[in-house]
Every structure is written in C-alpha cells, then in structure tokens.
Design a protein around this ligand. Structure first.
Ligand code: SF4
Length: 162
C-alpha cells in the first residue's frame, strides 16, 4: 500500500483559509492525489472555526507553548481560539496514527500549519522562527513536516520510506 501524506486542505485548492482563499495548484500534490496518497485536513476548520474567520496569532510563544498551556491563540478581535487550534492539532495527530503517516505538507507561516516560521503575535506581519500548533504536535510525534516550498524535499523523503 502507498504511504500516505497529510496535506493542508488550503494547499489543495479548498477555500478554507481565514480569508476565504486557497493556495495552489501544486503539481506534486496533484500527483500524490492521483496516487491515492493524500489525507487532507484543515486543522482550524476541523477544530470548529468558520471560514472566513478572524486572523489569529500566538502572542508570547509558539505552537509548542500552546500545546503545553503556556501561550494562547488569539484573533485580531481578541477572541481566544486556543481550544479550537488544539482540537485541530489533535485531529491531525489522530489521522497520522490511523494512516501510519510519516510525512506532512503543511502551509507555511500559519499559526496552525507553519513548520518553520509563524507570526510573532503582534499582528504586524513580523515572522519569527517556530512552528504552528499542528506542525508542533506532528513534529513531536516524529512526522517530517514540510511546507509548500519544500515539495521536492518532501518527495525525496517519501521515496526514502516508500
Ligand atoms: Fe487550514 Fe492550515 Fe490552511 Fe490555515 S494553513 S487554512 S489551518 S490548512
């Protein structure tokens, strides 16, 4: 059976981003879809948030701090959406376990999905090194997390485990 890959829904053209938009298309992701490898999830929508929704950031921390209860996820409206973000991350982890997934492609810079950078919580457009909530939980579980700019590396990693 082909190894599965967890993919952020917005990278598959699903209009689930906070602003109602999507990303893509990406040829590599389309190929994996054709091969039946893709398990799609938007952690924020899965966690119960609507689309469109207010942008959210993690003031005073990163995804790992949200998971340990040391930092919240707050929207531009001041709403605490921590529980929805954590729920979405836990659902991603369940899918990973269910399908034996070892590679994820998550949207760069998101407070849920960002694998290398997130915004700093000041809503000023400033990015800092760190992972979003879902990316942090999956990484801690041993999943290799790539973003949409790292699809070639992800393909090599998938070839190594297939
Ligand atoms: Fe959903 Fe992640 Fe895409 Fe945000 S970046 S819309 S949480 S899949």
């Amino acid at each position: 059976m082909s190894a599965k890959v967890l993919v952020s829904r917005c990278l598959l053209g699903h209009r689930v981003r906070y602003d109602g938009g999507a990303s893509g298309p990406y040829d590599q992701l389309a190929k994996w879809q054709d091969e039946g490898r893709v398990i799609a999830l938007c952690p924020e929508v899965a966690g119960g948030l609507p689309t469109p929704r207010a942008a959210a950031e993690i003031p005073g921390g990163q995804g790992v701090d949200v998971l340990s209860g040391r930092a919240p996820v707050i929207t531009t409206d001041g709403e605490d959406v921590t529980a929805a973000f954590v729920s979405g991350a836990e659902q991603a982890l369940e899918l990973v376990k269910q399908h034996g997934i070892r590679i994820a492609i998550l949207k760069a810079n998101s407070p849920s999905c960002g694998n290398r950078l997130t915004y700093d919580g000041s809503f000023s457009g400033t990015k800092v090194a760190g992972q979003g909530v879902t990316a942090a939980l999956l990484s801690a579980a041993g999943v290799q997390v790539f973003n949409e700019l790292e699809l070639a590396e992800a393909a090599h990693a998938l070839a190594d485990i297939s």
